[in-house]
Design a protein around this ligand. Structure first.
Ligand SMILES: [Zn+2]
Ligand SMILES: [Zn+2]
Length: 97
């Protein structure tokens, strides 16, 4: 049983949050143990992931970081994430804080 891939949303106003890793993209690489992907994490999007985006889901506790392209990071509605994707904990007190 994996984490749900449907019903994810961008966390509004998270663009000003800073991370001790230098960027949220570096944060994702450090805690996912995966190489930075060539495609955005949103299902059906082939855009280049340029940032580590804060996402949330009503079924999941806390915020997560996923690689995302800029247009998808501006989505207001819910979206589906690719299966098998690493969702990294955004809570710095449990990671790099
Ligand atoms: Zn970090
Ligand atoms: Zn995208």
């Amino acid at each position: 049983m994996g984490i749900t891939v449907t019903g994810w949303r961008n966390v509004r106003g998270s663009g000003t949050r800073r991370c001790n890793c230098g960027s949220w993209a570096k944060h994702w690489e450090k805690y996912s143990n995966q190489p930075w992907p060539s495609h955005c994490s949103v299902e059906g999007c082939d855009g280049p992931p340029l940032l580590g985006a804060h996402v949330r889901n009503s079924l999941v506790l806390g915020h997560k970081i996923v690689p995302m392209c800029q247009p998808c990071n501006a989505l207001v509605g819910a979206f589906t994430l690719r299966g098998g994707l690493a969702l990294v904990n955004a809570n710095q007190s449990e990671t790099c804080g």
